[in-house]
Design a protein around this ligand. Structure first.
Ligand code: ZN
Length: 235
């Protein structure tokens, strides 16, 4: 499994990789899981976590509640006793287990979405889960031994959050994609303007590396380049 370390001693391990990344943030004593992958990956997720011999997962932070991130939340909460952290604007979605389909941002994704309709679709339903900590703004993890905080980075969906670790590495969910060679732009987003603003917020943290939920890590300079390009386009 791929790992990254911060100067403060936090370690980030990529538990699942490929289409839906799942990350574990640890300080050696406490563990925080970020996202849970889609339901079909549940066995693989538990196998992967089992290989790390974790006694407990203290927190599960959901970067947002789309089915490919939140579907195994209830299982993780029950099995590891994790307290689930989600943004206030999506706590209700988690409680109902109804994933919302975001808007397409390009010709291809717009045309997939339109026949389905931007309504709640049963295909994407998942096991409902009660959030334990509902956040509005930054949530300080220093009291738990991490120099880290979840930061709201909306745009892809209203309740998107990124986890900023020691102002070095950010786990960003779908705020940007690491799949395409020449773009970080997600193929789906509810609000493109606030998505671009969120890139600005992420750059302000001083992080040099960004770990998206889909694809591979992206460097600050890549994000800055596209941020400046999109900003100048909108003027
Ligand atoms: Zn998403």
């Amino acid at each position: 499994m791929r790992t990254w370390a911060t100067g403060n001693g936090e370690k980030i391990t990529q538990i699942l990789s490929g289409r839906s990344n799942v990350f574990l943030l640890t300080n050696g004593k406490k563990n925080i899981l970020v996202d849970t992958s889609p339901k079909r990956k549940q066995k693989l997720l538990f196998k992967s976590l089992d290989s790390l011999h974790l006694n407990k997962i203290d927190f599960l932070i959901l970067t947002h509640t789309h089915y490919d991130h939140a579907s195994n939340s209830k299982k993780i909460k029950d099995f590891f006793g994790a307290r689930v952290i989600v943004h206030s604007s999506e706590a209700d979605i988690l409680l109902k287990g109804k994933s919302v389909i975001p808007a397409g941002t390009n010709f291809f994704t717009r045309n997939i979405i339109s026949p389905i309709g931007r309504k709640i679709n049963q295909i994407f339903d998942f096991e409902p889960c009660i959030a334990d900590i509902v956040i509005e703004d930054k949530f300080d993890l220093v009291p738990f031994g991490f120099n880290a905080y979840p930061l709201p980075t909306p745009g892809h969906s209203p309740g998107c959050i990124s986890i900023v670790v020691n102002n070095e590495i950010a786990i960003v969910g779908d705020a940007l994609f690491g799949i395409f060679k020449d773009s970080i732009f997600p193929p789906f987003a509810d609000n493109v303007e606030s998505l671009i603003e969120s890139w600005g917020k992420l750059l302000e943290t001083g992080c040099h590396l960004f770990l998206p939920a889909h694809g591979s890590a992206r460097k600050a300079k890549t994000i800055r380049k596209e941020y400046l390009k999109r900003q100048s386009n909108s003027v």
